[in-house]
Design a protein around this ligand. Structure first.
Ligand SMILES: [Zn+2]
Length: 264
């Protein structure tokens, strides 16, 4: 009997360390990060259509209010009330498969979303990675805009900002905006940092934030298993939950509720 109690306690401790089962459901702004959506494949960067549908259905049923960064800008600048349980859905890189497989599901639930595109590679391939995955062209991105989606910045060529000088960073931002404007592509004032990274150096980081401010970019997104507390500590360090196709549905739910699924 005594042994059984010890064994159960031990199992619960392990389950907590691995899945954060006793962690509190956090309040704040949840921002989800997806990459590719596929017909039937799941991997670290890819969620299958079927699993994506199940995840969106869960979000709908759980009573989250889906907003986008234009709403967030409106709420903060006009001092409006944030809706309860706000959640933002994002996709990085601008893959064609988002239009093919995700948009119809997002439309079914009436969800808004933001796609972060790599300006120089619009209509090309993901050259910073394996280089074979097609990216949406301008016409396709305009279809996204007509289907409740928004476009955000994700750098010029997917270079890591942490290795850039201020001059290189400013060039990256201004060229990105030039490409959007030249092609009459509307965009929201938000950037997803490639690899979620900014420079380590605090002075340089501050200079980068000033450059973003100068170009009217109001929000910057990192990657971290964390729900954003409201009011935000820093609009340029908002965190996103990385949703992987390899997560079980149980892990997905824990991630949405509590931010992190692993304590170590
Ligand atoms: Zn990316």
């Amino acid at each position: 009997m005594y042994f059984l109690v010890i064994a159960i306690i031990f199992i619960l401790i392990l389950a907590h360390l691995r899945f954060n089962i006793f962690g509190k459901t956090q309040s704040g702004l949840r921002i989800l990060m997806y990459h590719k959506i596929s017909k039937d494949k799941n991997d670290k960067l890819t969620v299958s259509q079927k699993l994506f549908d199940k995840q969106m259905s869960y979000i709908k049923k759980s009573g989250y209010n889906i907003i986008d960064f234009d709403d967030l800008q409106d709420i903060l600048t006009n001092k409006k009330q944030m809706p309860p349980n706000p959640l933002i859905i994002t996709f990085d890189d601008g893959y064609k498969n988002n239009l093919e497989y995700a948009v119809q599901i997002l439309e079914k639930y009436g969800f808004k979303y933001t796609i972060f595109v790599v300006a120089e590679y619009i209509g090309k391939f993901n050259y910073w990675d394996e280089g074979v995955e097609p990216l949406m062209n301008f016409d396709e991105l305009k279809i996204i805009l007509s289907k409740n989606g928004k476009i955000g910045l994700h750098s010029l060529t997917h270079r890591n900002f942490k290795d850039m000088t201020s001059a290189e960073f400013e060039n990256d931002i201004s060229e990105t905006i030039n490409i959007f404007k030249k092609n009459a592509l509307e965009f929201s004032n938000v950037i997803a940092y490639p690899y979620g990274a900014l420079p380590q150096n605090a002075n340089l980081k501050n200079e980068f934030k000033k450059i973003l401010e100068k170009y009217g970019i109001l929000f910057g997104l990192k990657i971290k298993s964390k729900i954003n507390k409201i009011p935000f500590e820093d609009n340029y360090k908002l965190t996103r939950l990385n949703i992987k196709g390899t997560d079980s549905f149980f892990e997905f739910k824990i991630k949405i509720q509590k931010g992190k699924t692993k304590l170590f």
